[in-house]
Design a protein around this ligand. Structure first.
Ligand SMILES: Cc1cc2nc3c(=O)[nH]c(=O)nc-3n(C[C@H](O)[C@H](O)[C@H](O)COP(=O)(O)OP(=O)(O)OC[C@H]3O[C@@H](n4cnc5c(N)ncnc54)[C@H](O)[C@@H]3O)c2cc1C
Length: 382
């Protein structure tokens, strides 16, 4: 298959581009090259299929839609990228290998990387020679991320890293991680943090998978013992990592609502197949979910690129996924607690209200920053 986009940015009327994406994806499904959609985190069971699909997209020049052509991308716009995501969602196909690499690390390097960092990381990420994980959360620093205590102390032209991260999705497969560590303990807590591109193969990095209630181990604990990080692994400025990370979190949260609801109607239809009689309460619940999905989709269509929308999209999307799983399990009755098509989602969906910032934290952000409500009391001032 050799469907390629030959033009330069701006040369693609959106509908024409949409048709090209749909054709490429349909052919890849027919040839068995596409990987089914799975969300932000690469499940272990789909690893080979997903790696093949990412490589296939790269080789056919369909990876990194809005990334520069000199780094292996297609050189188009973020609007084209939204169309890529929408068409993948409509076809129930994964839009990328994992969010941590193709969105979080990739966009951060595009924004804040030096030319040599872009050269070193972007193309291998698109080609899937580098799989990324995100090393932000710690046992004592999740919602209060700026409270992180992992330390990276400068020692000549390197930093010596010690500490622990947790809930690091895909870390057991990753070659690199985006890492935040404290480089100056004298500074106020948001200021003494540096952002690193960490080589997971360095001596002193130990990854221990965590068993989830779904039975899978998608995330891990990661321990650091005197890891020597070269100084060219710093992304952005030393002690300036908080700003780099905030943009990453915005990408993580803003992307949440973009295309997840496109296949909602299909998922709801699938839900009611084979469950026998559906009562009026359940129909009411299904309609409510469909309407919330449509509201989220409309919001994203109107204001998707607006940074202020990120916490709203994240909140709406994770709560929708949770309620969708609840109604699905109610359709399957007690069997959903054991083994039914709804069991996995029932067990997985509570995690989505936590990953990328909890629903409570999104509500705080919306209240304080968007609506201008009084800030909640701060325990420690910074
Ligand atoms: C499936 C999954 C994947 C993840 N993947 C990654 C990853 O790849 N990399 C990574 O770094 N992290 C990852 N995480 C971690 C995630 O970002 C954190 O779990 C999350 O930010 C919450 O932090 P915490 O677990 O420390 O909970 P805490 O911050 O301890 O919060 C505990 C509870 O208190 C509530 N709470 C805390 N502060 C407030 C407040 N001010 N107001 C109101 N309520 C509050 C929270 O909402 C929550 O209910 C993942 C988590 C999950 C579930």
């Amino acid at each position: 298959m050799s469907t390629t986009v030959s033009g330069v940015p701006g040369n693609h009327p959106f509908e024409e581009f949409r048709d090209e994406v749909a054709l490429f994806v349909a052919k890849a499904i027919a040839s068995g090259d596409a990987c089914p959609a799975y969300g932000a985190i690469l499940p272990l069971g789909l690893r080979e299929k997903a790696m093949h699909w990412q490589r296939f997209c790269y080789e056919h020049r369909w990876a990194g839609v809005h990334w520069p052509r000199e780094h292996g991308g297609m050189g188009l716009t973020t609007d084209h990228n939204v169309i890529w995501h929408e068409e993948c969602a409509a076809a129930d196909v994964a839009p990328y290998l994992n969010l941590q690499g193709l969105v979080l690390a990739g966009e951060a390097i595009l924004r804040s990387g030096t030319e040599s960092q872009r050269e070193r990381f972007l193309r291998p990420t698109l080609r899937n020679n580098i799989l990324w994980c995100q090393l932000f959360s710690e046992p004592g620093a999740g919602s209060d991320l700026a409270g992180l205590q992992s330390s990276a102390i400068r020692d000549g032209d390197r930093f010596i890293l010690n500490g622990q991260k947790v809930w690091s999705s895909n870390a057991q497969m990753a070659q690199f991680g985006i890492l935040m560590a404290r480089t100056d303990f004298e500074q106020p807590k948001h200021k003494g943090i540096t952002f690193f591109l960490l080589d997971m193969a360095l001596d002193g990095v130990e990854v221990r998978p965590i068993k989830q209630m779904t039975g899978d181990s998608e995330f891990c604990e990661v321990f650091f013992s005197d890891v020597a990080i070269p100084s060219d692994a710093v992304l952005g400025d030393v002690n300036g990592g908080w700003a780099v990370a905030m943009a990453v979190l915005q990408d993580e949260r803003g992307g949440a609502g973009a295309s997840g609801v496109i296949s909602l109607r299909r998922r709801l239809e699938k839900m009611i197949q084979g469950v026998g009689q559906v009562n009026s309460l359940q129909i009411d619940g299904l309609i409510r979910i469909l309407n919330r999905g449509k509201a989220l989709q409309s919001l994203m269509e109107r204001r998707g690129g607006d940074a202020q929308i990120a916490p709203i999209a994240k909140l709406m999307n994770s709560e929708l996924g949770y309620d969708e799983a609840q109604i699905d399990s109610s359709l399957h009755g007690a069997q959903s607690m054991l083994t039914s098509p709804s069991t996995e989602a029932l067990l997985y969906s509570p995690g989505m209200r936590i990953a990328g910032g909890t629903s409570e934290i999104q509500r705080n952000i919306i209240g304080e920053r968007l609506l201008g409500l009084p800030r909640e009391p701060q325990v420690a001032s910074d």
